[in-house]
Design a protein around this ligand. Structure first.
Ligand code: NDP
Length: 234
């Protein structure tokens, strides 16, 4: 579609699959890339979303190469799991700073151009854990639930300006993040998934691509679970 798309964490995992799906539509895609290589055809920008100066530099480079960001996918995220009684304050604040404040930072910077052109798509990658809660993930679930409040508030602020704000809440997806989980924990989670399988990154990318499309122009403030049913009813 020839749009300027920016995907945080688009160098690996779910973000990389989203980058590939958007490039297949003809969009010009930029991804943050602190490690490894960007997917072929994408512009890699070395940007830490906890560093405001990195974000400013990334947007300037993208604007120069692809034009103002029209589609923002806030996907970068981390986990620092621990039961609350053992969770250090730094584990809590670091996860909030990356997963929630990092999204605030890129959304705020992207908003300028979107307001000017009266067009934009923002999709925030949350988690089924935001809706269900997960033991050992109080920090992560709080940050991911915060993304819902963020998207819905922005929807009320800017809904009439041609910009949509949606949230995708994946269940378990086969990436580096889940490869770090102990086998026993994975098996336990799998038992709860009605679809009976873990998702592939492309399952999430398909939903994101749709929410970012022109056909989805009347869908905003929505939370779309892509979780094989594990978060049903939440
Ligand atoms: P990965 O661990 O495979 O990749 C994480 C991505 O986030 C990497 O690209 C990483 O970049 C980037 N990232 C992390 N911190 C920063 C930072 N400070 N600045 C810039 N980039 C950063 O994760 P997934 O692909 O599995 O997850 C993607 C998103 O989906 C995350 O938000 C995650 O919480 C969410 N999610 C994942 C699920 C799963 O089961 N996998 C389930 C539900 C939600 P770098 O390579 O530079 O470190």
């Amino acid at each position: 579609m020839n749009r300027s798309v920016f995907i945080t964490g688009g160098n690996r995992g779910i973000g990389r699959a989203i980058a590939e799906a958007m490039m297949a539509e003809g969009d010009h895609v930029a991804v943050t890339c602190r490690s490894g290589e960007p997917p072929a055809g994408a512009l890699g920008v070395n940007c830490d979303i906890t560093a405001p100066e990195d974000i400013e530099a990334a947007f300037k480079l993208i604007e120069e190469k692809h034009g103002p960001v029209e589609v923002l996918i806030a996907n970068a995220g981390i986990t620092r799991d621990a039961l609350l009684v053992r969770m250090a304050e730094e584990d809590f604040t670091t996860v909030l700073d990356t997963n929630l404040t990092g999204t605030y930072r890129v959304a705020k910077r992207a908003m300028r151009g979107m307001l000017r052109s009266r067009y934009g798509r923002m999709v925030f990658i949350s988690s089924a854990g935001a809706l269900r809660g997960e033991p050992g993930q109080a920090n992560y679930a709080a940050a991911k639930a915060g993304l819902i409040g963020l998207a819905r508030s922005l929807t009320r602020e800017c809904g009439a300006r041609g910009i949509t704000f949606n949230v995708v809440a994946p269940g378990l997806v086969a990436t580096d993040m889940t490869a770090a989980l102990p086998e026993a924990r994975l098996e336990q989670i799998m038992k709860e998934v009605p679809a009976g399988r873990i998702a592939e990154p492309k399952d999430i990318a398909a939903a994101v691509r749709f929410l970012a499309s022109d056909e989805a122009s009347y869908i905003t403030g929505e939370v779309l679970r892509v979780d094989g049913g594990v978060g049903m009813g939440h």
